[in-house]
Design a protein around this ligand. Structure first.
Ligand code: SF4
Length: 506
């Protein structure tokens, strides 16, 4: 029987969304987000194949696997581990197949490590790939197409260790019509968005519900950008998810800031179960937004729109980027003030990076401004770009300052209070103690730190008491805050003095 061992390798740098740093500290074997790629690929394997999945964030790789083929997937942050695992399995005589977003966007980097390289989306080439593997007459490279994404089989969640993941994933669309200069998603998935029909999305959710998931991330690049299809999908979701507490799913996703223009979409999002969404705000520097092609954010009153989104009961998680060519040394204080003006407790600040295959990468390579070998930022303050209007040292120090500012317990507490103040309508809900289990363990650890942390804990506790309907959202805020905080501590760049409310500016 042909056999395949599919691996989702560990990341070299933990991300804001992973919760692995937290889990490791608390001694809990858990991942924030279940991987969707492995169950999707496994579903295409013919019935006579033996397929096993390995989520390396949850346990060690089985190097003695008897499987004939080893499949590796992953994104840029998994680069080092993809190459290490491929090398080791080939040394042990296994045939290694590498696919996923990193292999698709940087095929030249991956090719030396793969017996079979899969570039692009798998749906329409899966049958030929598995048939060739079965016969032993496979090619060194397969190129995917832009397939109908709803035509394939349902993901094999039965093979995934679901009991250890907080949130599962579905994907209802691929691609985004915008054209941000730094974005590699559109290079990989295209600007013409392709969708699944609502019935197919519901079938995937039914499956996840049966596997015990009550939290799902919609891994779309921009869920709401096509309004007509969004309304149809959200209406179907609202009706499917109209169920009692405990049975209802909590949804999160990614959208662009223009969503705030349509109150009916925001209402539908909330009604169908979306409580949190990532939004790429990037920067208050209009010049940077214009030059980067982030046209949907230019003159968009982002602060007002984030308030509108919060008024509809949805928590925005803001993507923040520093290091555009129009950013001078004043950008760090401008960013700190911009973030603090919004009812947005959570943000994910990072330095601008130029991924392979993007127009930004091509432009900076031509200008000789790329730092070799640094495409995957090995640190939250790392980048492969030489800045234009400041030195590398100023940029790194400024970023450390900004991170300490935006994750200061004092300032996060202010943003939590601002969010709770204007967040949607109060819905009757049972009161639960805010700190229990892992949140209590985290709170105890933080409470040894100082005044600011006590303040944040008090604000969260009080908010959960007055707005018990926000309990789950506030828990998420607290866990993500702890993850960010421990990431900075682990990198050795946490500085209590910068985070104090009365600390001097940069
Ligand atoms: S809006 Fe987001 S997904 Fe769309 S092009 Fe810009 S960065 Fe990429």
């Amino acid at each position: 029987m042909p056999s395949l061992y599919l691996i989702n390798p560990a990341e070299s740098v933990p991300g804001y969304f992973g919760l692995e740093v937290l889990g490791a500290w608390a001694g809990v074997q858990a991942v924030g987000m279940a991987d969707l790629v492995m169950p999707t690929v496994a579903a295409f394997a013919p019935a006579d194949w033996d397929v096993r999945l390995c989520e390396e964030r949850l346990g060690p790789v089985d190097f003695d696997t008897p499987a004939e083929f080893v499949g590796l997937t992953g994104k840029i942050t998994q680069r080092e581990r993809i190459c290490e695992l491929a090398t080791e399995f080939r040394r042990r005589g296994r045939k290694v197949i590498v696919g996923g977003s990193y292999a698709s966007l940087s095929p030249e980097e991956v090719r030396p490590y793969a017996d079979v390289l899969v570039i692009g989306e798998i749906e329409e080439i899966a049958a030929a790939l598995f048939s060739d593997l079965s016969s032993g007459r496979y090619k060194p490279e397969y190129r995917g197409t832009k397939p109908d994404i709803g035509a394939g089989p349902l993901p094999r969640w039965d093979l995934y260790p679901s009991g250890h993941a907080m949130t599962a994933q579905v994907q209802t669309s691929r691609g985004c019509p915008f054209e941000c200069e730094f974005c590699d998603v559109i290079q990989y998935l295209g600007r013409k968005q392709r969708w699944k029909e609502p019935e197919r999305v519901i079938a995937e959710l039914d499956l996840l519900h049966r596997h015990g998931y009550r939290s799902v991330f919609f891994a779309d690049d921009n869920l709401t950008v096509m309004r007509r299809r969004t309304r149809a999908l959200l209406e179907a979701l609202a009706s499917w998810n109209d169920r009692p507490e405990g049975e209802r799913m909590a949804f999160s996703t990614q959208v662009s800031i223009d969503v705030a223009r349509d109150a009916d979409i925001l209402d539908l999002l909330r009604e169908s179960g979306f409580a949190m969404t990532f939004i790429g705000l990037e920067t208050p520097n209009e010049e940077s937004l214009s030059h980067a092609g982030k046209r949907q954010n230019v003159k968009a009153d982002m602060i007002g729109r984030i308030k509108t989104i919060a008024e509809h009961g949805i928590l925005a998680f803001g993507g923040i980027v520093v290091g555009f060519d129009q950013d001078g040394p004043d950008i760090f204080e401008r960013q700190a003030a911009f973030i603090q003006a919004m009812p947005m407790p959570l943000v994910s600040p990072g330095l601008l990076v130029a991924p392979d295959a993007t127009p930004l990468h091509a432009r900076l390579a031509a200008a000789g401004r790329l730092i070799e070998g640094r495409q995957s930022a090995a640190s939250v303050v790392g980048t492969n770009i030489r800045p234009l209007l400041m030195s590398e040292e100023t940029m790194r120090n400024g970023m450390i300052w900004l991170l300490n500012r935006v994750f200061s317990a004092d300032l996060v507490a202010e943003r939590v209070a601002a969010f709770v103040d204007i967040c949607g309508d109060h819905k009757p809900s049972e009161r639960k103690p805010f700190f229990s289990g892992i949140t209590a363990a985290m709170a105890r650890r933080l409470a040894t730190k100082g005044r600011g942390e006590y303040g944040l804990i008090r604000v969260l506790d009080k908010a959960a008491h007055t707005r018990p309907d926000l309990w789950s959202l506030l828990t998420t805020v607290f866990l993500y805050y702890c993850q960010a905080r421990f990431m900075l501590e682990r990198e050795g760049i946490w500085d209590d003095a910068i985070g104090r409310r009365d600390a001097p500016v940069l």
